[in-house]
Design a binder for this molecule. Structure first.
Ligand code: ADP
Length: 468
């Protein structure tokens, strides 16, 4: 995603509109805030500088920029007081920032003059738009949006956009059904409002759609998801193979394909160099790229790291997030500087591609994983994923079966260090047998996780919701 990204949603937001246009008759556009991180060179023109947004009892003006950098029309709401900040999320007024964004997005859709059939909101920041469209359709009515329906997609149920319910009135949700939809155990939750009020719900894998209806993974909202399960669909994210393709990737040292993997060894050499590790190409490189949060299974990584290094493998990690995990990575590197390469922080696109291309094994021992993209990127790059069988990881990775030669990775069930270590050992045994390894790599490289199939399912869903 060229405009802004903290994780998988960034990739989805840029790939889906393009894929929708490619598969059929969907006039899909993207609306997002203009963040400080957004490269201004991607913007084509300033469409409006006076978009009037009803806000906190008055009218505020915002500018709107237009771009086609992702292959679909994109509108960026320019409100510097809310979005010219050093990061995308993480501020005390996040609820106000995204409530404003939603209000401005709806003002923009009105200004554009053609009411959309479907407004598709992603994660809690768009919960305000789901609520507002519901409010406008009810009671007093708003003819402009009378036929607009809503789809709300959950990319991660753990992030709920909670805030003080005392702010609801100021944000324009003063009373009634719409106000109440925000209330969740003494707080206001933009996620809950979206889940209550959207016409249709989706999440990013079938397995996760099921898991979030359970107490263990429902984050207090499983009852609501069970209640609305006839409106809830799981659609696994695709991979943008224009961006993630080892045969054409501009970021990597050499190109390769399932038919000719020679270039991958060059990428491994390049990766070892980048991390100042010895160019010992025989040793496996075990890699991880993820936000440094408990969700990603970093406590398991911490428990197994010593044992993994004892096997003689290299370990390469890219990640930004919790201090405790950054400290752990630094200590590991200090302990074994010739075996461990780390990059702490958000590295942008290139390094993530270089790691995917150069590594042999990719770890995703997630506690939960709504979809996960890196396991699919890994497979495309001939890097074999070792994953826990949860959410999208369970849906997209098939355990390697030696007898039949099927499968594209290694999968374990229990959330435990032993289970993870068992799968890593299994992978390393296979790595030691080049023919077997080649088989697993090629199985993964040939897996079709393109957006095309997913985009078709979204089209069906839009058609369904538009008729409700
Ligand atoms: P999540 O959305 O939970 O973060 P995903 O696996 O769905 O996990 O997507 C993660 C995306 O973010 C991938 O494109 C990955 O390469 C990228 N990413 C994660 N951490 C970093 C980082 N520190 N630097 C660069 N890219 C990162």
């Amino acid at each position: 995603m060229p405009f802004a990204k903290t994780g998988g949603l960034g990739d989805v937001a840029s790939a889906l509109p393009k894929a929708l246009r490619a598969v059929g008759d969907v006039d899909a556009s993207l609306v997002l805030p203009l963040y400080e991180q957004t490269d201004r060179g991607l913007l084509r023109e300033r469409l409006f500088d006076d978009l009037a947004v009803e806000w906190m009892g008055g009218t505020r003006r915002a500018a709107v920029w237009y771009s086609e950098a992702i292959g679909a029309p994109t509108f960026l709401i320019d409100a510097p007081e809310y979005f010219a900040r050093p990061s995308v999320y993480g501020f005390r007024d996040d609820h106000e920032r995204f409530a404003f964004f939603c209000r401005a997005a709806l003002a923009l859709l009105r200004r554009l003059g053609a009411p959309p059939d479907v407004v598709h909101g992603n994660d809690w920041p768009s919960g305000f738009a789901m609520a507002e469209l519901k409010a406008r359709r009810g009671g007093g009515g708003d003819a402009y949006y009378a036929r607009t329906r809503t789809l709300f997609s959950i990319h991660n149920l753990a992030y709920q956009g909670a805030f003080d319910p005392g702010s609801l009135a100021a944000l324009g949700f003063a009373y009634g059904e719409v106000h109440d939809a925000f209330l969740a155990e003494g707080a206001a939750s933009a996620l809950k409002a979206g889940l209550m009020l959207a016409d249709m719900l989706s999440t990013v894998s079938r397995r996760y759609a099921y898991e979030i209806q359970t107490r263990e993974q429902g984050y207090g909202l499983d009852w609501l998801l069970r209640m609305r399960r006839d409106r809830l669909v799981g659609i696994t994210n695709g991979v943008d193979y224009d961006v993630w393709n080892p045969a054409t990737d501009p970021h990597i040292a050499a190109h390769f394909t399932a038919e000719d993997l020679a270039g991958k060894l060059e990428c491994k050499r390049d990766l070892l160099r980048r991390f100042s590790l010895p160019e010992d190409l025989e040793r496996p490189v075990i890699a991880i790229i993820s936000r440094l949060v408990a969700q990603k299974g970093y406590d398991l990584i911490q428990q197994v790291a010593g044992r993994v290094l004892e096997t003689g493998a290299f370990f390469v990690a890219l990640g930004a997030g919790a201090q405790q995990y950054e400290d752990f990575l630094q200590a590991l590197r200090d302990h074994a500087p010739h075996r461990v390469g780390i990059y702490k922080g958000y590295a942008g696109e290139a390094l993530a591609h270089q790691i995917e291309a150069g590594a042999d094994i990719f770890l995703m021992p997630s506690l939960y994983e709504p979809c996960g993209l890196n396991q699919m990127y890994s497979m495309r790059y001939g890097t074999v994923p070792v994953v826990r069988a949860t959410g999208g990881l369970d849906d997209t990775v098939e355990n390697f079966d030696r007898a039949r030669g099927t499968g594209n990775g290694f999968k374990f069930q229990a959330y435990s260090a032993d289970a993870l270590l068992g799968s890593i050992y299994e992978a390393l045994y296979c790595y030691a047998e080049p023919e077997i390894w080649r088989r697993i790599q090629v199985n993964g490289m040939r897996a079709d996780n393109s957006w095309q199939a997913a985009a078709r399912k979204y089209v069906e869903l839009y058609q369904l919701v538009a008729r409700t």
